[in-house]
Design a protein around this ligand. Structure first.
Ligand code: CU
Length: 171
């Protein structure tokens, strides 16, 4: 359900970028109409039309490619003496942004913040009532104890970058 929403959002942004490419083109046609003061239709060269369409499609292709590649695979935490660990790099988002842990065992999330953007200076785990500052170029450990199986999100202070922690029933 959530993934579908994300996909729709992305499609919308692609359409927006494509239309942004077309706007300057349309604007220039209008200006030349004003200049001549005549209501004649200005013929756009076919090559230009094709070029604009190709550029739009190309942009959509690049976004699709980026979108598919930027999806990191889910990564499982490593467990040692009853504690689960996972390293997460904070740099233009969270890597990995999908982590898998076992229920009923403490989890130490080691956030290494490399991104100076103030957007990522805080990490929030709403389900665990945690909002923690991440000093730049340091590893900050956030410890949680997930009791119930399910998906739990973590995100930046403004909820622009997100990640998911999937908790599986301990076996
Ligand atoms: Cu943010």
């Amino acid at each position: 359900m959530k993934k579908q929403l994300l996909k729709n959002k992305w499609l919308l942004s692609s359409l927006l970028s494509a239309s942004l490419l077309l706007i300057p083109h349309a604007a220039s046609a209008q200006i030349s109409q004003v200049d001549t003061g005549e209501f004649r239709q200005i013929e756009q060269p076919l090559g230009l039309k094709v070029g604009v369409a190709a550029a739009g499609l190309g942009l959509i292709g690049i976004e699709l490619w980026w979108f598919l590649l930027s999806k990191t695979k889910a990564q499982s935490a490593t467990a040692s003496e009853g504690i689960q660990f996972i390293d997460i790099t904070v740099d233009g988002g969270y890597t990995p942004n999908q982590i898998v842990v076992q229920a009923g065992q403490p989890v130490k999330l080691n956030f290494l913040r490399k991104d100076p953007s103030s957007c990522l200076e805080q990490i929030i785990l709403p389900d665990f009532n945690k909002a923690i500052d991440l000093p730049l170029n340091q590893t900050t450990t956030v410890e949680v104890l997930p009791q119930k199986a399910g998906n739990y999100t973590f995100h930046c202070g403004m909820n622009m970058f997100r990640g998911t922690m999937t908790v599986k029933k301990d076996t």
